[in-house]
Design a binder for this molecule. Structure first.
Ligand SMILES: *[C@@H]1O[C@H](CO)[C@@H](O)[C@H](O)[C@H]1NC(C)=O
Ligand SMILES: *[C@@H]1O[C@H](CO)[C@@H](O)[C@H](O)[C@H]1NC(C)=O
Ligand SMILES: *[C@@H]1O[C@H](CO)[C@@H](O)[C@H](O)[C@H]1NC(C)=O
Ligand SMILES: *[C@@H]1O[C@H](CO)[C@@H](O)[C@H](O)[C@H]1NC(C)=O
Ligand SMILES: *[C@@H]1O[C@H](CO)[C@@H](O)[C@H](O)[C@H]1NC(C)=O
Length: 467
């Protein structure tokens, strides 16, 4: 029988410098690489639903935003509570996938790309409990590069409340908001990140024949990355054919932090418009994450002591057109008891607390000279589009971040076309969860760079998907 001994090491984690784990992975790792981020509803995705209309897909994705907000606020509440005695809630519904090779020889998997959690994990043999997945489950014993990590390893200690020991070896155990969970040994392995070009060519050829991923020679091979080898995975996983997760958060065990200085603590992504179905997003690590543009804005990334995972921003105001909403200046400052405002790629829509949302929606309504129409859930402000399709006068909605960084949302970043283009809805929702999220719809066609070392977020307008 397996005995999990919980380690009470949360204080130790707080004092771990961001990149302290990076010296444990191989120094021969590449210093910059890029991978494709595939939206779960795109035709390139293994989750693509051919029978759904574009409006259905957008509406479902909007619904997922609400469930994700709930997950995120549970995580935040659990992790900022000083008496954190249970292992915490992780992840939640997500929007992007990436294809990742694991082990030697390589097995490839579709994994959730999650900026809201840290530890990566996949299903592993021997399964005590596994959900069905469409490719064989990873067997570490058949890989020549896996290593078990000891309880005393810094990676195990960084897991803190989510770690236990089995003999001298480290076990991880994580639970999710809906009662799902994953646990198993904490291992290190070789991970292979294919270039976006090889991923796309693999996807196109895999529709004709089932095959293992081949090494195209240009992929990035990361050695000795710590990850969870999930031998007991229960709950709601598997419904969506996911095979595990890559953690891209700010905590010590995330991919970013483990790569640390080798990628200069930086990554960026560029998400094209979801209405352009044949292009994919790119996630850049290292020096090639730098933004090549003249109109770059930068603002501070705030990390909360109790939660290094989430990337929070200091939002100091919101304008609709030229009208600045009446919001107290420290409303979104989490260090002053304000509402945390986080940037996330796994949430589609932007979600604001009810007071701020009401002010925003009032101004948007005043600015738009189109008839209002019944909003489909979860939207709450929608307009009829005239038969001519001629929509004019949609206002810019600007988020003002500290450091004079204005994030200007043009109409295509704030409004969502539904009902075959006969309706447009405000793609910003109001919800009362004690936190707000800048979602991925507002991030489309913009390069967004996270410099985790300098704790800066930079962004600039871009046409994403044109490589
Ligand atoms: C898992 O797959 C097996 C074989 O394909 C099938 O018999 C079984 O019903 C599946 N289980 C679930 C829960 O889908
Ligand atoms: C996307 O690609 C498919 C197949 O190549 C093509 O049929 C479709 O027209 C393309 N869609 C757009 C919007 O370009
Ligand atoms: C669209 O509407 C604007 C303002 O109502 C008008 O000036 C313009 O001519 C219209 N364009 C078309 C193509 O109908
Ligand atoms: C919206 O912002 C853009 C800059 O991103 C600017 O060029 C445009 O004039 C603004 N539109 C309005 C109506 O102010
Ligand atoms: C957020 O910005 C406001 C206004 O610039 C500033 O007063 C406040 O100290 C900032 N908060 C943090 C945590 O930097």
């Amino acid at each position: 029988m397996m005995i999990l001994r919980t380690l009470y090491l949360s204080l130790l984690v707080l004092s771990l410098p961001m990149s302290s784990l990076s010296r444990h992975i191989s120094t021969s790792n590449p210093s910059s690489f890029k991978v494709a981020l595939i939206h779960r509803d795109s035709p390139f995705s293994p989750l693509y639903d051919h029978s759904a209309s574009p409006s259905d897909l957008l509406q479902r994705s909007a619904q997922r935003s609400i469930s994700r907000l709930r997950h995120m606020s549970l995580v935040l509440a659990a992790e900022s509570s000083p008496s954190k005695l249970q292992s915490t809630v992780k992840a939640g519904p997500n929007e992007f996938l990436m294809k990742v090779g694991v082990g030697t020889p390589v097995n490839s998997f579709w994994l959730i790309a999650d900026t809201g959690s840290d530890l990566s994990w996949i299903q592993c043999l021997p399964c005590e409990r596994c959900f069905n997945q469409s490719v064989p489950i990873f067997d570490p014993k058949s890989s020549s590069t896996y290593q078990q990590l000891a309880c005393s390893s810094p990676q195990c200690q960084a897991l803190a409340m989510d770690a236990g020991c089995y003999g001298e070896y480290c076990q991880y155990s994580m639970s999710y908001g809906d009662g799902s969970s994953t646990s198993g040994p904490l291992l290190s392995e070789t991970f292979i990140f294919e270039t976006p070009e090889s991923t796309i060519s693999d996807i196109i050829s895999s529709t004709t024949s089932a095959k293992q991923t081949t090494d195209h020679g240009t992929s990035a091979k990361i050695k000795r990355l710590a990850f969870g080898c999930g031998t007991s995975n229960a709950g709601s996983f598997g419904n969506d054919n996911e095979q595990g997760l890559v953690g891209l958060g700010g905590g010590p065990l995330s991919l970013i932090s483990q790569l640390g200085r080798s990628i200069s603590n930086k990554f960026s992504y560029c998400l094209p418009s979801r209405l352009d179905e044949n292009v994919t997003s790119v996630l850049n690590f290292g020096e090639n994450a730098d933004i090549q543009a003249s109109d770059v804005s930068s603002t501070q990334l705030i990390q909360l002591e109790g939660n290094p995972t989430f990337f929070l921003l200091n939002l100091t105001g919101i304008s609709v057109g030229s009208k600045r909403l009446d919001i107290p200046p420290l409303y979104f400052d989490p260090t002053q008891n304000g509402e945390p405002f986080l940037i996330d790629s796994g949430t589609s829509l932007t979600i604001l607390g009810p007071d701020v949302y009401d002010k925003l929606a009032d101004e948007v309504e005043k600015a738009i000279d189109l008839p209002k129409t019944d909003p489909p859930r979860p939207f709450s402000l929608c307009f009829e589009v005239p038969d001519s399709g001629n929509i004019t006068g949609l206002p810019n909605i600007t988020f003002h971040f500290s450091g004079n960084a204005d994030w200007i949302n043009g109409p295509e970043n704030s409004f969502i076309p539904l009902d075959d283009g006969h309706m447009i809805c405000l793609g910003i929702l109001g919800a009362s969860q004690g936190m707000s999220i800048l979602g991925n719809w507002a991030q489309q066609n913009r390069v967004v760079e996270y410099d985790v070392g300098k704790r800066m977020l930079s962004f600039a307008p871009a046409r994403c998907g044109e490589v």
